[in-house]
Write a protein that binds this ligand. Structure first.
Ligand SMILES: [Zn+2]
Length: 177
């Protein structure tokens, strides 16, 4: 069952998340999606999608609901969740596998720059991410609320920081030689 929209938090993003969702859908040129709702809720995982045949609902963890979360990150998450509609889970050794090899190939094909987005998320949220052996997906640890007061880098800021760190590393290595 899909949750009622009144339970969603108000988005604090600096962009219209439904506009971003439309852009994400636009990445799938040959696919017409049933209506997709978006919810921002208290949940165990970073994001997930629920499907009930005629409607789909993407839910985002409250951790993402920050005015400085880059638009591209949310778009990437939307695309990732939409791929789940197209590439169904597979049964492997009695276990349901959501992120199959085919799934990751499709994500790479649609979003070749996906490592940048994963990188941004790991940079900002790494201590909060928890992977569970038994289930797939990224679970959020307790205490994530504290990070909501911290500032978040733009994607460009994140890329620039990477360059500075690389340069520093190179110069340190050069000095060491
Ligand atoms: Zn997924």
């Amino acid at each position: 069952m899909i949750r009622a929209s009144c339970q969603s938090d108000l988005p604090l993003f600096s962009f219209d998340m439904y506009e971003v969702l439309e852009e994400a859908k636009g990445k799938f040129t040959d696919k017409v999606f049933n209506p997709v709702d978006v919810f921002i809720i208290k949940q165990a995982t970073l994001a997930c999608i629920q499907m009930d045949g005629t409607r789909q609902a993407i839910s985002l963890h409250r951790l993402l609901n920050h005015c400085e979360t880059p638009r591209e990150i949310i778009k990437f998450i939307f695309i990732h969740e939409l791929i789940h509609i197209i590439i169904p889970s597979e049964l492997n050794g009695g276990k349901i596998v959501m992120h199959t090899v085919k799934f990751w190939e499709e994500e790479k094909r649609i979003i070749p720059e996906r490592n940048l987005y994963w990188g941004w998320m790991y940079f900002h949220f790494f201590p909060l991410f928890r992977k569970e052996k038994e289930s797939e997906g990224i679970f959020i640890r307790r205490g994530w609320e504290k990070t909501m007061a911290h500032s978040r880098l733009s994607l460009q800021g994140y890329l620039d920081l990477g360059k500075v760190l690389n340069e520093n590393q190179n110069s340190t290595m050069a000095q060491g030689l």
